[in-house]
Design a protein around this ligand. Structure first.
Ligand code: PBG
Length: 325
């Protein structure tokens, strides 16, 4: 009888041996980003039904939550604002005393160690729900949107954001925001660019959370077509050249090939957004008892790391941090 010449199973025989030769390390809490939704009020916690475990929080409670994340060793929080007032140009998103700047000022004081990332987009603040200003024909006007985004980014930087994260997918916004930050004396504030953000059905629960679904039409005129991967490399290179400090691929699970390609296209740190629909799939299946929730979540995190992510944005950040103790 001929013996197999090569036996990969030899290195799988014990846990210590597997750990010794594993190609991918467990995701450390320091690489996780925890998204938080700020709303008006005091002592207000509104659970988001489609995102079990997540809630819209008034600034006081949001600060408590960020402190807990900080104490668990989580790298950063990512802030979204859910304002009471919306208008055509999303002015509440550019207000230096708006929700996110107020949250940032409170966090800078009360959670001084955690990295503060502010999402910069108009969709939560516009009454039409699109990520930019509309033109006469109802389309989203690229170049008219850029100064609005820059203004929002500068307001967040002044309020204490260490990183601003434009998620609108307008062309040229990274360069525009970089110039605005620099000319306002904030050369120190970094840009995490949602470089390859797809027009995805996986954002459904988030849009409920942020009340940011477009009133009419969809986002396919500015977000990427899920059929394209070469174009993602082009987007990553463009944002890299415009001065983004960290590049992101979003969503994560259905786009691991894109993540791997982005990894090869830039030397800069790479982030992935484990989006609301991915969260919902796992939560719903585990509620039915159809999958092992914890193992599934950790396997997804390992997949992101294996595909090349340095940073993972996930609603499970606090739980994962606790498991890694
Ligand atoms: C837009 C934004 C979206 C998400 C993050 N930022 C939604 C969208 O583009 O419609 C989605 C996040 C998620 O689904 O978890 N500002």
């Amino acid at each position: 009888m001929a013996y197999p010449a090569d036996r990969p199973r030899r290195l799988r025989s014990s846990e210590r041996l597997r750990d010794l030769v594993a190609e991918t390390d467990r995701l450390a809490p320091s690489r996780l980003v925890y998204p938080l939704f700020a709303r008006e009020g005091l002592g207000e916690r509104r659970p988001i039904p489609s995102m079990p475990g997540c809630a819209q929080l008034s600034v006081d409670l949001l600060v408590d939550e960020a402190r807990r994340a900080q104490d668990e060793g989580i790298g950063a929080v990512l802030l979204f604002g859910i304002p009471d007032r919306k208008d055509a140009l999303g002015s509440s998103g550019r207000d230096p005393d708006g929700l996110v700047p107020r949250a940032l000022r409170a966090l800078a004081e009360k959670a001084p160690e955690i990295v503060l990332i502010a999402d910069v987009c108009l969709c939560e603040y516009t009454d039409h729900g699109h990520c930019g200003a509309l033109d006469e024909r109802g389309g989203v006007a690229n170049d008219e949107t850029l100064p609005l985004l820059a203004e929002a980014a500068v307001a967040c930087a002044r309020a204490g954001a260490h990183v601003v994260a434009p998620s609108d997918m307008m062309d040229g916004r990274v360069g525009h925001i970089r110039t605005a930050l620099d000319s306002n004396g904030r050369t120190d504030v970094a840009i995490l660019s949602y470089a390859a953000k797809y027009a995805s059905a996986f954002y459904g629960p988030f849009r409920e959370a942020a009340q940011s679904a477009p009133r009419s039409g969809d986002r396919r005129g500015y977000q990427m077509d899920p059929r394209n991967a070469r174009e993602a490399v082009r987007e990553v290179r463009l944002d890299d050249a415009e001065g983004a400090d960290v590049l992101m691929v979003k969503p994560g699970l259905a786009y691991l090939d894109v993540l791997a390609r982005a990894r090869a296209a830039t030397a800069k740190p790479l982030a992935v957004y484990n989006v609301s629909g991915e969260h919902a799939l796992v939560e719903a299946a585990s509620e039915k008892g159809w999958i092992d929730r914890r193992r599934t979540i950790l396997e997804i995190m390992t997949a992101f790391r294996r595909a090349g992510a340095d940073v993972v944005i996930t609603y499970w950040a606090r739980e994962i941090a606790r498991w890694s103790r």
